[in-house]
Design a protein around this ligand. Structure first.
Ligand code: NAD
Length: 480
């Protein structure tokens, strides 16, 4: 295990299993206290070309390995993560602004993704098999894969691309967000101790790096997670060489609560799922539709629950959530919260924070009481700790309202009458539908969005297939 230990003091690109630096460097900031974090590389076109060439050179040998052999590498990588778990978790907490509990949860999810993906296998499907001929549908890897990752869940979302890409037989280059490059570079450094050169690499950079990768002619696939606007730009760039693309974009998930629920039990879950990681998860519940018969009781219980959540920094073991991740997001949220007064939204908890005082990008957890359906607090994804609670009375109408968004990542229905909840949930237009839960995930279950929440899915067999071209394979048993 000790062979896998790496230092966490300096940060490098990983190209062809070498740790490299760049002439220009940059740094980001700790969101809890705004302190400058260490310098990281700013990759140039030349770094991109070297990494892509190394990935291309490594591909033929890597794809020839069996899935079992590639899975054995992933298992070794999992053990190497374990050896560095404490430092990875602390670095993650510091760069993302996650208190230890939240950073520990992301680390746990990341390790589960490595293990769970290593257990998956792509299987050929024999669709014709008679005396004359066979036809098999198989899945062959694409070549050089690129993963472009946002700042909110940098470790789990990156590994959730890297592990399936590698298991399916591709080589992989990880591009972290400039806001959160640190843990990702360390993950690749750990990978350099495990994988053959060129199989798994990472490049840090500024905003020019993403376009350099999506425009590169030797990249075969881009799996992107981030905002809808950037996702559209990525897809347009990939069209140049018809790269395969998977897009995991924004969400505006609705939870529909029926009037037969145990209010306290459901509030405990929905409060958590709305505010965990300060509302900065694509799959946080972002609209809570509560039946009018229990609306007042539900809202009061939700306010009481959210008041108990402790906000604190990345070193506070008691804290439930921390600050928002960066200055840009903090400013966006301040502008968003300023609509409370201007638009006359009724505040059940929190409200406008006033001018920023002190260090750290903190925002008050806020609940808006029954705003009109066309207010931005309902139509837009704030990506922060602010949630509307809305009243409903008619099943068809509330499903229509839940579906009115141009986004379609996830949606849930909560009821003691499971058949009723299933009937309603099946009408939701989203990539994941849940009954009596939300944000339920597993490495063997695909995950992605409908409508403008994305295209294609990560994880599970569907995710592995997304890292491949399907191939029709015919054999005539005689005639040659
Ligand atoms: P973003 O779109 O600003 O950036 C995401 C990544 O794209 C970053 O690494 C960034 O450097 C890179 N990038 C920026 N411009 C690029 C370009 N032209 N070409 C290629 N790459 C480019 O998103 P963000 O602010 O980092 O993340 C927040 C958003 O991500 C939210 O909308 C959230 O809902 C979404 N998100 C979606 C999922 C999901 O799985 N569906 C998960 C997490 C976050």
């Amino acid at each position: 295990m000790t062979d896998y230990k790496i230092p966490f003091t300096t940060f490098h690109n990983v190209i062809n299993n070498e740790l490299t630096s760049t002439a220009t460097t940059r740094h980001s900031f700790c969101p809890s206290n705004e302190e400058a974090l260490p310098e990281v590389p700013v990759s140039t076109q030349e770094d991109v070309d070297r990494a892509v060439a190394a990935a291309k050179a490594a591909f033929p040998a890597w794809k020839k390995l069996s899935q079992d052999e590639r899975a054995a590498y992933l298992d070794k990588f999992g053990a190497a993560l374990e050896a560095n778990k404490e430092e990875l978790t602390a670095t993650l907490g510091r760069e993302v602004g996650k208190p230890p509990q939240a950073a520990g949860f992301e680390m746990f999810l990341t390790q589960g993704l490595v293990q769970g993906t290593a257990a998956l296998r792509l299987k050929d499907e024999k669709v014709i098999d008679d005396e004359d001929r066979t036809a098999i549908v198989r899945h062959v890897p694409l070549g050089v894969g690129v993963g472009i990752v946002p700042w909110n869940f940098p470790l789990a979302l990156g590994v959730g691309k890297m592990a399936p890409a590698l298991l399916a037989g591709n080589t992989f280059i990880w591009k972290p967000s400039p806001f959160t490059p640190y843990t990702s570079l360390k993950i690749a450094e750990i990978g350099a101790k495990v994988f053959p050169p060129g199989v798994f690499q990472a490049l840090s950079g500024d905003e020019s790096l993403g376009p350099q990768l999506t425009g590169h002619p030797d990249v075969a696939k881009v799996s992107f997670t981030g905002s809808v606007e950037t996702g559209k730009r990525v897809m347009a760039a990939c069209a140049g060489t018809l790269k395969r693309v998977t897009l995991e974009l924004g969400g505006n998930d609705a939870a529909i609560v029926c009037d037969d629920v145990d209010v306290d039990a459901v509030v405990a879950k929905i409060g958590f799922l709305s505010f965990v990681h300060c509302g900065q998860i694509c799959m946080n519940i972002k609209r809570i539709y509560v039946h009018e018969n229990i609306y007042d009781k539900f809202l009061a219980a939700l306010v009481a629950m959210v008041k108990q959540f402790k906000q604190g920094d990345h070193e506070d073991p008691e804290a439930f959530f921390g600050p928002v991740q960066n200055k840009m997001q903090h400013e966006k949220l301040q502008a968003f919260y300023s609509q409370i007064g201007k638009r006359g939204w009724k505040v059940a908890l929190g409200g406008e924070p006033g001018a920023k005082s002190g260090k750290g990008f903190y925002m008050p957890p806020t609940i808006i009481d029954n705003p009109a359906e066309d207010e931005t607090i309902v139509t837009d994804e704030p990506f922060g700790p602010i949630v509307p609670v809305l009243k409903w009375s008619d099943e068809d109408d509330v499903v229509r309202r839940a579906n009115a968004s141009k986004l379609g990542l996830g949606g849930s229905v909560w009821s003691k009458d499971v058949a009723r909840a299933q009937r309603m949930a099946q009408e939701l237009e989203s990539g994941s539908i849940w009954v009596n839960t939300h944000f339920e995930l597993a490495p063997n279950v695909p995950f992605g969005g409908h409508k403008e929440s994305g295209m294609g899915m990560d994880w599970g067999i569907v995710g592995l297939q997304g890292w491949c071209n399907p191939q029709a394979y015919w054999t005539k048993h005689s005639g040659a």
